[in-house]
Ligand binder design. Structure first.
Ligand code: NAP
Length: 263
């Protein structure tokens, strides 16, 4: 149905586990050449190994998205290995909870530094290569939390994720003359190691709030990221796609009860 993107050079930050791992495996499965990036090299190596074991092409790279020097080295590694960067998935993110009044300045800085500044640094590092070739796809992993919803404990996280969309809209305009598109996926609650870390009660309550009746899979997000990278999505830029099983739709708990009653 879609034209092949086999052989494209793809960087996925935060792909040692979770959604990023799912994105890397998905692009690997369609024949892209991957740079799998996380701070923990052993996890990135495991993911790269999974891709190569399936006949794909992947390398692991250890980098912290909060460090400009790491992002420059990451971009160089992709260019050295694959001759360029066609697609950047800026996915690395953290979501530690802390309510206002308890949240420290350091905790706020850590979340904004990773999720928002990390997006800026990853994108900035890849831009010279993409601009020179007048071609590129940038896909950000934002969230429903912040752009669409709120959740106690995540004011810093919500700000970082909404901030990514503000960044995206202006970046999309600035980069349009270079044929670089910038779009975002907004996951709902996706079954990942990071989400499991929030506890069984949280996971159960989230499952109960999703009209489609299940948490999302990493593949649900990876498929959307892959779409933004296809030739068929060439005319889409500055847009965000919610992938949440309908979680943001019900007006109230009564709406969910009414749905379940089947009447
Ligand atoms: P996860 O399971 O905790 O995985 C996060 C990945 O990011 C890991 O590979 C981690 O590896 C890497 N990472 C974290 N900080 C990094 C840094 N400073 N530099 C480089 N890599 C870093 O999380 P996830 O659930 O897959 O979430 C991934 C993205 O999706 C995040 O942006 C998150 O906000 C977003 N999201 C997730 C959900 C969900 O339900 N899971 C929902 C909405 C949005 P290292 O720790 O080794 O670096």
């Amino acid at each position: 149905m879609f034209a092949s993107i086999k052989g494209r050079s793809v960087i996925v930050t935060g792909s040692g586990r979770g959604i990023g791992r799912g994105i890397a495996l998905r692009f690997g499965a369609v024949g892209c050449r991957l740079l799998v990036v996380s701070r923990t090299l052993s996890e990135a190596q495991r993911v790269a190994g999974d891709i190569t074991a399936g006949g794909g092409t992947a390398l692991a790279f250890a980098a912290d998205v909060q460090r400009a020097a790491d992002m420059a080295a990451m971009a160089k590694a992709a260019v050295d290995a694959y001759g360029g960067i066609d697609i950047l998935c800026a996915n690395a993110g953290i979501f530690p909870a802390a309510k206002l009044g308890v949240m420290t300045e350091a905790e706020f800085d850590q979340v904004i530094g990773t999720n928002l500044k990390g997006t800026f640094l990853a994108v900035s590092a890849c831009l010279p290569v993409m601009k020179a070739r007048k071609s590129g796809r940038i896909i950000l992993t934002s969230s429903i939390t912040g752009p669409v919803t709120g959740y106690p404990g995540w004011s810093h996280y919500g700000a970082s994720k909404a901030g990514q969309l503000g960044f995206m809209r202006t970046a999309a305009i600035e980069l349009a003359p270079f044929n670089i598109t910038v779009n975002s996926v907004l996951p709902g609650n996706i079954a990942t190691e990071g989400l499991a870390g929030l506890g069984a009660d949280y996971v159960r309550s989230m499952e109960a709030s999703v009209p489609l009746g299940r948490l999302g899979s990493v593949n649900d997000i990876a498929n959307a990221a892959l779409f933004f990278a296809t030739d068929e999505a060439a005319y889409i830029t500055g847009q965000s796609l919610v992938i949440d099983g309908g979680q943001v739709l019900p007006e109230s708990l009564a709406a969910l009860d009414e749905m379940r009653s089947g009447s």
